[in-house]
Ligand binder design. Structure first.
Ligand SMILES: [Zn+2]
Length: 135
């Protein structure tokens, strides 16, 4: 008989709540990205007109950088949501990627795509790895 790896102790109801939250987030991110891509087409058109005006060009370039940075952030968020949904299907969901401990439902509910338990996240944010022990 094979021992199971550490199992997340989420109830089916809690799983359903988290999956619904992830799917909703995925939907709204995809919609936002589509809108941004549509806007970029219009921005290109506006840019051609603004190029005739040196002052306008500078302001426009700044707006465009903000737009691009925002859609990059959304793409990254969408990637994380998709990865979380994949883990949900692989039953790896809710386990810390560093130490394998079950992550509290409250933490997952606040941020379903979170990868680490509070301890490992704190260690990472302090610039230390949760797994590498140096003597
Ligand atoms: Zn951990």
């Amino acid at each position: 008989m094979k021992l199971q790896a550490v199992q997340q102790d989420l109830t089916p109801g809690q799983y359903a709540v988290l999956e619904a939250a992830l799917l909703q987030r995925q939907g709204s991110l995809e919609q936002e990205l589509q809108t941004q891509l549509g806007e970029q087409g219009r921005v290109e058109h506006a840019r051609e007109q603004l190029l005739q005006d040196a002052d306008g060009e500078h302001a426009h370039a700044t707006d465009r950088e903000v737009d691009l940075a925002r859609s990059d952030a959304n793409l990254e968020a969408l990637r994380q949501v998709n990865a979380a949904l994949q883990r949900l299907r692989d039953a790896e969901f809710g386990l810390c990627s560093d130490c394998g401990a079950a992550i509290a439902f409250e933490r997952l509910n606040a941020n379903p795509e979170v990868l680490r338990c509070i301890t490992c996240q704190a260690a990472k944010e302090h610039g230390r790895s949760g797994t590498a022990h140096r003597l």
